[in-house]
Design a protein around this ligand. Structure first.
Ligand code: SF4
Ligand code: MSK
Length: 679
């Protein structure tokens, strides 16, 4: 072979791609801060999304790395019509098996995150019941008494032939014991399942999917998806159902209930949202994550005279707390602490240069926060033993419920002392919006039922007469693969325009708040005539914020209340209702989606679902599940089509209930409405 003289080519270093702020987010504050980050040379998730593209096979759900003979990659390259699907991994696993196993592991991870959060709350509640801590108390004894029977705890006793109320401390202790048992009891089934409408419970029982305990169903998914175990996608999905129901009607619901008992059941309150809530002349502390155990104490510490006085000694006018993600939602719904932003805005809060401390607990926390914090004076403080970071600039202050207030004060003091260390020029965008948040099963009852008819009758009446076309649960994350908040807002606006009332949680709730959709005034501007009339009469926004990710359990219970109030069928799957996660990214969203589907709700996800590479499995999830559970999965990236798929399902249910005609009568144009008003 002739010898070739090769010239050494020196390649110029690749220019790092950066995001176009306007293309990356629809929110002005976010656009301003992305630009600011780029001016300062600080990289954010928006820039990384430009330079790293997702794996095309992973997106299809057909990459398996469950053993060391793989990873086996099975991309779908031809249409199903082009002949038999002969793709298989080294062990022979089909695309269906691989996609179902991957889906199952997402359910397991998502359910674990919610349920471990719930366990942490139950453990703190046990400390409260045993009076081992003075920092937490039972704030809502009514809620304790309301949930006790569902945990098989009696609230009254017979004394000398008379029925008397049981001692609250005794009830609390038994509730704590029975609740904690739900994670690992050796036999039986989850107690809360009986809170579901009777036909739904019976359906689960007949199908053999009643979760036995919360932990077991997760462990069993990990076993079944190990190499060479369950290789039948239908059987795998059956286990996903047990695990996801153990999340929605188990771990998440217990988390919500016990948080309400200890920290108070939320009732509507006014607050604000977006980065503009941060204040230049205040000590800004941003709390991020999911568990409200620590943040409850931080709120109390930050409001104490001792800390406010200390803040003044360093030249600040006060202490401004703000939230990101669901810890933000927890503080919002109980204390009115404003969220500074959604999941995708976490780095931006630090880039303002005015964040003295970002305190994180668990879930949805970017490791890159540490790199961003390094460029500013911000103290990044991890607080949970299971969620640390490797970077050296991160401070770990482990939080313990036994000396909770002491830990909280230490954190707040650290933030105050950091006020004088601000380095970069502070730049806080002005944008923020007013919101009403803090709705729940109880407050909806009050608002839509009135003082004397505290029930869901009024809501049902308005659905039956067609003023309200149906109910949508729109929830979930942001995803840097799509324009920040755009799908959230477009879908919610399209739904309310078509008279569908929206229940929201998680980052969708924050996105709607930032866009001003959580104010009663929104009704007149964006709603169809029927929904606008109801909202204006009762004084509620058309989008009701029900809290954090674990608070999706509130949506399950609200749907159950609607069934109970009558006139709209006997089961959740009969209701004119649908679910949506427009910009999902987390495994928790998959668990939430699956417990909604198997509780009877048609649930549409945005972006993509990792099952397109296994069309037979996908068809099972999108179509066959409806015959089994009454609800099914779907995926639609286009926000308007997405909303209309939900509306079509709502209309299908209205027709089945025989109330589609009522709605026809309500569809009046402006001239008709003016005629009516003149009469
Ligand atoms: Fe490949 Fe089968 Fe191993 Fe998965 S389990 S990596 S498909 S050999
Ligand atoms: S925080 S899980 S990004 S909703 Fe609950 Fe937002 Fe999704 Fe995290």
């Amino acid at each position: 072979m002739a010898e070739e003289t090769k010239e050494k080519v020196v390649k110029a270093p690749k220019e790092k791609k950066v995001a176009d702020p306007v293309a990356a987010s629809m929110d002005l504050a976010t656009q301003i801060m992305i630009k600011r980050a780029q001016e300062l040379g600080v990289e954010t998730v928006f820039d990384r999304a430009e330079s790293m593209k997702p794996c095309n096979i992973g997106i299809q759900g057909t990459c398996c790395k469950n053993c060391a003979m793989g990873p086996c990659r099975l991309p779908l390259t031809k249409s199903v019509e082009d002949g038999p699907d002969e793709r298989k991994g080294l062990c022979g696993a089909t695309a269906n098996t691989i996609a179902a196993r991957n889906f199952a592991r997402m359910v397991a991870a998502g359910a674990s995150a919610h349920s471990d959060h719930g366990r942490g709350v139950a453990e703190v509640f046990m400390s409260v019941a045993k009076k081992e801590t003075n920092d937490y108390k039972i704030k809502d004894p009514q809620k304790l008494i309301a949930i006790a029977p569902y945990l098989d705890v009696a609230t009254t006793v017979e004394v000398d032939g008379k029925t008397v109320d049981r001692d609250l401390d005794e009830i609390a202790l038994e509730v704590a014991e029975n609740a904690l048992n739900e994670w690992g009891k050796p036999s039986g089934e989850l107690r809360y399942l009986k809170r579901a409408p009777q036909p739904l419970y019976e359906r689960w029982k007949k199908l053999g999917v009643l979760p036995r305990n919360i932990d077991r169903e997760t462990v069993e998914i990990m076993h079944r998806t190990h190499m060479g175990v369950d290789q039948d996608y239908k059987n795998l999905i059956k286990q996903c159902t047990r695990c996801a129901l153990g999340d929605g009607w188990g771990g998440s619901m217990l988390a919500t209930d016990l948080q309400d008992v200890m920290f108070g059941t939320p009732y509507p309150l006014q607050s604000e949202a977006n980065l503009g809530i941060m204040k230049q002349d205040h000590v800004n502390i941003i709390i991020h994550g999911h568990e409200p155990i620590l943040s409850e104490m931080i709120v109390a510490a930050a409001q104490s005279k001792e800390m406010i006085d200390h803040a003044k000694t360093v030249g600040a006018k006060g202490i401004q707390l703000g939230g990101i993600c669901c810890t933000g939602n927890e503080m919002l719904q109980r204390h009115g602490v404003p969220p500074a932003g959604t999941f995708l805005q976490q780095e931006l809060a630090i880039i303002t240069g005015a964040c003295e401390a970002m305190v994180v607990d668990v879930q949805c926390i970017f490791q890159n926060l540490a790199n961003v914090a390094k460029c500013f004076h911000t103290k990044l403080i991890t607080t949970h033993p299971i969620a640390k970071m490797e970077q050296e600039n991160v401070v770990h202050i482990e939080f313990d419920e036994h000396h909770a207030m002491e830990d909280a004060k230490r954190i707040v003091k650290m933030a105050i002392d950091n006020f004088k260390n601000r380095r970069a020029e502070v730049m806080i965008p002005r944008q923020k919006a007013t919101q009403i948040a803090g709705f729940g099963v109880e407050s909806i009852k009050y608002h839509l039922g009135g003082t004397f008819r505290g029930d869901y009758y009024t809501l049902n009446d308005n659905i039956i007469n067609g003023r309200i076309r149906g109910i949508a649960g729109v929830v979930g994350c942001n995803n840097a693969r799509t324009r920040h908040n755009e799908a959230h807002i477009a879908i919610v606006k399209e739904l309310i325009k078509n008279d569908v009332i929206v229940l929201t949680t998680g980052c969708n709730g924050i996105a709607c708040a930032m866009e001003g959709l959580l104010s009663p005034e929104t009704a007149a501007v964006f709603c169809g005539p029927g929904l606008a009339e109801v909202c204006e009469t009762v004084g509620i926004p058309p989008v009701l914020h029900l809290g954090s990710c674990v608070d999706n359990s509130r949506i399950l219970l609200a749907a159950t209340e609607v069934v109970k109030a009558g006139g709209l069928g006997k089961d959740i799957c009969d209701l004119p209702a649908a679910g949506s996660a427009p910009e999902w990214m987390s495994e928790k969203a998959i668990s939430i989606g699956h417990y909604f589907v198997t509780s009877g709700v048609y649930t549409v996800f945005g972006l993509h679902l990792p099952m397109s590479g296994a069309p037979v499995f996908q068809d099972y999830m999108y179509n066959e599940l409806e015959k089994i559970y009454g609800g099914m999965w779907d995926c639609e990236a286009d926000p308007i089509k997405h909303a209309h798929k939900m509306i079509a399902h709502i209309d299908k249910k209205r027709k089945a209930l025989g109330i589609d005609k009522a709605r026809d009568r309500v569809l009046m144009d402006m001239a008709d409405r003016q005629k009516l008003e003149a009469m």
